[in-house]
Write a new protein. Sequence first.
Length: 481
Amino acid sequence: MAENYDVIIIGSGPGGYVAAVRASQLGLKTAIVEREHLGGICLNWGCIPTKALLRSAEVLDHANHAKDYGLVLEGKMTADVTAVVARSRGVSARLNGGVGFLMKKNKVDVIWGEAKITKPGEIVVGKSSKPVVEPQNPVPKNVKGEGTYTAKHIIIATGARPRALPGIEPDGKLIWTYFEAMKPAALPKSLIVMGSGAIGIEFASFYRSMGVDVTVVEVMPTIMPVEDVEVTAIARKQLEKRGLKILTSAKITKVEKAADSLTAHVETADGKVQQITADRMISAVGVQGNIENLGLEAVGVKTDRGCVVIDGYGKTNIAGIYAIGDVAGPPMLAHKAEHEGVVCVEKIAGLPNVHATDKGKVPGCTYCHPQVASVGLTEAKAKEAGRDIRVGRFSFAANGKAIALGEDQGLCKVIFDKKTGELLGAHMVGAEVTELIQGFVVAMNLETTEEELMHTIFPHPTVSETMKEAVLDAYGRVLNA
Ligand SMILES: Cc1cc2nc3c(=O)[nH]c(=O)nc-3n(C[C@H](O)[C@H](O)[C@H](O)COP(=O)(O)OP(=O)(O)OC[C@H]3O[C@@H](n4cnc5c(N)ncnc54)[C@H](O)[C@@H]3O)c2cc1C
């Protein structure tokens, strides 16, 4: 007889494993199915290993600017890319093992293999189509195997994979996805990055720090197109100062491959076509949900543009089947996946006062140098939505801590509703902003107004003071500018 659970989760990324922990805390008998790596893309090939690579880049950048801080470093510091990659893979392996530990601690059964929903309440786990290739991410011990399993509630948390443009498909050799970009055997001399979203820009920033000649090609008029234009203009200037070449309103229409290089045909807004030759190219044109081979069509689960359609609690159109995380649509971010997982499971458990996920309050962070972080509406989106707004800005050039850090190029920008004082959006570029944005996220979540922010005491000297000054600026009360 099939083993029966209260909840079975398909996929152990941040959405899946966090949902499993919460389900177990709520007393639900829980199992998680994984076909490749505990921790999903985030821990193994996404958020975490990129941050480890970017940390190496940051240390290298600091070392090579030691003179600016009155320090003497004989010669130039260079990167041993094999060691840089090994450190990044080691960081991932540690967290991958950590997820295994969490499953055991919370008495969540791990089922190894590829899951398919056969009918509401039933899955069949078959042999994985993605055998483990990473020695750092072994199949954990004491897992359950192939077979039929039943559960009252099935949560799809199967994540996403790289999107490919027709004719410019990644081949793993000359055209990389994030998988190959994450662990290069050697550094290319030159690199084209197609797409300037968070993934593209983070890799562009990393490879530039490693000394690679990098050209970013973005089809939209600005880099990081979802961010506020003022913020991305500053980021672009700083990235270009570091030697990155950036083409916007530019489209790669064709790629010609040679033995160990490629030539991209780039069409710009004026209709001209230029050819750029480089050793390698990273295709970073977005991701698409893993909705295939899950039995969704047969069971009748509704999908739209490659993602499962859900309500604010993760419910699909079929009773007992839910979806969370990347497979349930944008924003495709780990913390959104985790939050959706918790909300979904708490609703299943019948907890009172469970709030639907509010996608308008999901922060976004890009860990390039300089960092970019935001939450809520951009100025353009606020105007588009017909909001009457007040905008405040504060430059890092007037912030004591930023100057002391030697990082005085940055901006904090806030957007308020003119009538109510509601904080509609906050946008930052500069040092440590990915850590700071959470202050605004908490404020938005508590429905804080400008008055409460102005009454809040920020520690001195910190870069966070730019946040208060930006708020004051919106109301004509800025103190240090
Ligand atoms: C290079 C890169 C950098 C990123 N950086 C950040 C960042 O800094 N911050 C951030 O918030 N987000 C970042 N992301 C995005 C983040 O990784 C995803 O949003 C997050 O991993 C989504 O979590 P998830 O649980 O929905 O799915 P995933 O993490 O994709 O996990 C899904 C899991 O399901 C498994 N699976 C799929 N199908 C089946 C099946 N049929 N049976 C069994 N198992 C299955 C997969 O093997 C996988 O382990 C980054 C992504 C990339 C690629």
